[in-house]
Design a binder for this molecule. Structure first.
Ligand code: 5GP
Ligand code: ZN
Length: 135
């Protein structure tokens, strides 16, 4: 996609610290890292949402994500893997990307903080979500 910053990175139009590349995937350092080594892993084809990736590409992409995650576990002993899917979830760049955020003791990073709540509708919610998963 012509106006997508991550597609431009894939095309090597923007100087970027690429750490890994294969046929379906690219991994590179986030320009504004949450921690040293913050890496983004993206599919090379442009999809806005995870649900749009065709199965064969998705499988290849997930294998690559696991490979990068394994390597990063040698960089630090803990990592957070995040994927913001949709504007309401904090997705700023509309090209699927996974964040791999290296964690270190006492780094003070707060990934997400939420208050838990009692939900009296768990059984109803279960049925709703089950019905949405049928196709
Ligand atoms: P989102 O909020 O969409 O999940 O995260 C987008 C991420 O992309 C942000 O962490 C941001 O720093 C990173 N980002 C945005 N533009 C660029 C860029 O041009 N180069 C690199 N390397 N990272 C970028
Ligand atoms: Zn794109």
């Amino acid at each position: 996609m012509s106006n997508c910053v991550f597609c431009s990175i894939i095309q090597k139009e923007i100087p970027t610290q690429i750490v890994y590349e294969d046929s379906f995937s690219l991994a590179f350092l986030d320009i504004h890292p949450a921690s040293k080594g913050h890496t983004l892993v993206i599919p090379k084809n442009h999809y806005e949402f995870l649900s749009q990736i065709p199965e064969h590409e998705y499988i290849a992409f997930m294998k690559t994500l696991q490979k990068i995650a394994k390597g990063m576990m040698h960089y630090t002993e803990g990592i957070n893997i995040l994927q913001n899917n949709g504007k309401d979830a904090g997705q700023l760049v509309p090209h699927v990307h996974f964040h791999i955020i290296p964690r270190r003791p006492g780094d003070g990073i707060k990934i997400e903080t939420w208050r838990t709540q009692h939900d009296p509708d768990l059984d109803k919610v279960q049925k709703t979500i089950q019905s949405l998963l049928k196709d």
